[in-house]
Design a protein around this ligand. Structure first.
Ligand code: GAR
Length: 200
């Protein structure tokens, strides 16, 4: 059984999907041992507290003077303190690097709300991804889970699921459809694959 640490920045619906997957048995080779947010107002913190999961807030600017290495080190230290084996970026919208990437090489998984390599990379996160997909006029978008390396959204792909755009979509409507049809399914399944040692 692997210890999972989840990093979040906002609403935490993907965190909720992981909690639900743990309860339903879809996620059975790991358990969430802590949640860390880079924003004090993230609703995902409340979701974690409701489940009795330990939480911590580490902010890049307010706590680390905007220093990415210090930010990475502080998160890494917390993950070690909580005996975390696998880290899940569940809507974690801050860039990190350094120590965290070295210590947890091939043990960090991210969910991105498009079919990589479309609409990804630095500055492409959250609603911006769906705005870009609609502006381009794609008929199919989706979500991707991947391992995290030093290239933003550039690590090995684990799972992808396609979702159709529809006439009249706004970024908010499309975001919700991609979450419901893709993200909340492939993230728990991918975390289970990583925890059960099926990703080489
Ligand atoms: C999700 O759509 C996730 O894929 C995206 O942020 C949202 C977080 O929602 N992540 C990225 O864009 C990462 N580049 P949530 O807080 O409700 O899970």
């Amino acid at each position: 059984m692997k210890n999972i640490g989840v990093l979040i920045s906002g609403g935490g619906t993907n965190l909720q999907a992981l909690i639900d997957a743990q309860k339903s048995g879809v996620l059975k080779s790991g358990r969430i041992v802590c949640v860390c947010s880079n924003s004090a107002s993230a609703y995902g913190i409340t979701r974690a507290e409701n489940e009795g999961i330990p939480t911590k807030i580490i902010r890049k600017n307010a706590d680390c003077g905007g220093d990415t290495d210090e930010f990475s080190r502080r998160i890494c230290d917390y993950m070690k303190e909580m005996n975390v084996d696998i880290i899940v970026l569940a809507g974690f919208l801050a860039i990190f690097g350094g120590k965290l990437l070295e210590e947890y090489a091939d043990k960090i998984i991210n969910i991105h709300p498009s079919l990589i390599p479309s609409f990804c990379g630095k500055g492409m996160y959250g609603l911006k991804v769906h705005e870009a997909a609609l502006a381009y006029g794609v008929k199919v978008t989706g979500a991707t889970t991947h391992l995290v390396n030093e290239v933003v959204d550039g690590g090995k792909i684990i799972m992808q699921k396609a979702v159709y755009t529809e006439d009249g979509d706004t970024p908010e409507i499309l975001q919700r459809r991609v979450m419901e049809q893709a993200e909340w399914k492939i993230l728990p399944e991918s975390v289970e694959l990583l925890c059960s040692g099926k990703i080489k």
